[in-house]
Design a protein around this ligand. Structure first.
Ligand code: SF4
Ligand code: SF4
Length: 133
């Protein structure tokens, strides 16, 4: 049989939950990334053909020099992260903005062949999704 303090806690908690909506609060949806459920075939395809992809330290130097990035929200650094995480839907949308000019490759302090990574990602999406990006 629960004691009075236990019942008081339950009542207080219920009152708090019920009053959250009145003050504009709500319970946030979970934002966890389930890496195990993500499709990492595109990342693996690139790792196998362009080993320098592993050297990226996500410093953002490429994104800072990218012409597209200076005029849109496109970021090569972000694209690398999305591909490595296997978040392919976002990566596919983002990647379309790259003009393949290669400027980013010239500034990368880690010698990552950034342009080739985008080319390989396009190939991988074509192979796995059966349509061009
Ligand atoms: S500049 Fe090179 S190391 Fe830095 S985020 Fe871009 S690819 Fe990675
Ligand atoms: S190749 Fe793509 S990511 Fe690199 S600088 Fe050019 S537009 Fe930007």
């Amino acid at each position: 049989m629960p004691g009075l303090p236990y019942l008081m806690c339950l009542i207080t908690l219920k009152l708090r939950v019920n009053s959250m909506g009145k003050f504009g609060f709500s319970i946030s949806k979970g934002r966890q990334i389930d890496y195990e459920a993500n499709d990492r075939r595109v990342a693996d395809y690139i790792f196998a053909r362009e080993p320098s992809f592993r050297s990226c330290i996500e410093c953002g130097g490429c994104a800072a020099t990218c012409t597209t990035g200076n005029h849109t929200k496109f970021s090569l650094r972000e694209l690398h992260i999305l591909i490595k995480r296997g978040e392919n839907n976002l990566a596919r949308q983002t990647m379309k903005k790259c003009m393949l000019c290669g400027k980013c490759t010239l500034v990368c302090p880690r010698g990552v062949n950034t342009r080739n990574i985008v080319v390989l990602a396009k190939q991988a999406f074509q192979i796995f999704d059966k349509h061009a990006v």
